[in-house]
Design a protein around this ligand. Structure first.
Ligand SMILES: [Zn+2]
Length: 288
């Protein structure tokens, strides 16, 4: 679709030129003839096709979706992924040499879709593979300052809790290029890099691909398989056992939600209540 402002602009030009036909031949504007109109139109088309032709890495497997609004805008369930894909990891550069402080996997309240690596504030963070910056954002209660890069090899990587971001949106980066300084922003209890590897939105344990002791990949080509690479869905089901809480004096939904790592909306949904429902002492609320 041609953007509306361009259509408006084009119709203005056409209208303007059509009114000129009746004007004096001496008018400087008469120099603009219909040929120019065609040229202007052609230019707009070229401009438009430039927009369409702008290359984003691995566009085919990402169904031409390129947005900075969400980490996983693709909503491709693991079941619909191909059974196996070969991912070229030969140009990998470890983002930081910090040791692992927290592994990928289930945590008490929220699944950990990445791996945590120790850094000091200001340590350099490097792009893991070549690609293009898809998201730069800040999330106060989560990732803090973070970057998402789409790579030529089909993976996307996430770098979170950064102190300073050194790249811009849609910037092309090379593997090993300096992209940020490590930090402690967002939900973080000490400076670290939260690092994720994803394939069409679905997280893979980075430790399956990367040996964080050596800072090298295990294999130059990672064989991603639906069964082995995405076991977390099964684990999520296993950790989501229902848990309950008995309402105490002075409790309200907001406090209960905050103390139990959930939200008021989730509590309302799980318990079939409204945000304004009065809680009774001793009432059993499902919190998970
Ligand atoms: Zn983390």
């Amino acid at each position: 679709m041609m953007p509306i402002y361009k259509i408006k602009y084009l119709s203005l030009v056409l209208f303007f030129l059509s009114t000129l036909e009746g004007l004096s031949q001496q008018s400087i504007f008469s120099l603009i003839n219909k040929k120019d109109t065609v040229n202007i139109y052609q230019e707009m088309l070229n401009d438009q096709s430039d927009d369409l032709m702008e290359n984003h890495p691995a566009e085919d497997i990402y169904n031409n979706i390129w947005t900075s609004l969400k980490i996983n805008p693709y909503k491709i369930p693991i079941d619909s992924l191909p059974d196996s894909v070969r991912i070229d990891c030969s140009n990998f550069v470890v983002p930081t040499h910090g040791y692992v402080t927290s592994q990928f996997g289930p945590r008490r309240y929220r699944y950990h879709y990445g791996i945590d690596l120790k850094v000091e504030v200001g340590d350099t963070i490097l792009a893991a593979f070549s690609g293009k910056v898809r998201i730069i954002d800040y999330e106060g209660r989560g990732y803090g300052n973070y970057i998402v890069i789409r790579h030529d090899n089909g993976l996307e990587t996430v770098y979170a809790h950064l102190s300073v971001v050194l790249v811009s949106l849609n910037q092309t980066v090379k593997a090993g290029e300096l992209i940020a300084f490590g930090g402690n922003t967002g939900h973080s209890t000490g400076p670290h890099l939260h690092f994720e590897t994803r394939y069409i939105g679905n997280a893979i344990n980075p430790a399956n691909i990367i040996n964080f002791n050596t800072g090298l990949v295990y294999e130059p080509t990672y064989l991603l398989t639906k069964k082995k690479s995405f076991y977390y869905q099964r684990e999520v089901k296993a950790v989501q056992v229902a848990r309950y809480y008995s309402v105490r004096k002075g409790d309200n939904l907001g406090q209960i939600a905050a103390r139990n790592g959930t939200s008021v909306n989730a509590l309302c949904r799980m318990n079939g209540i409204k945000t304004k429902t009065k809680l009774q002492l001793g009432q059993r609320l499902r919190i998970r």
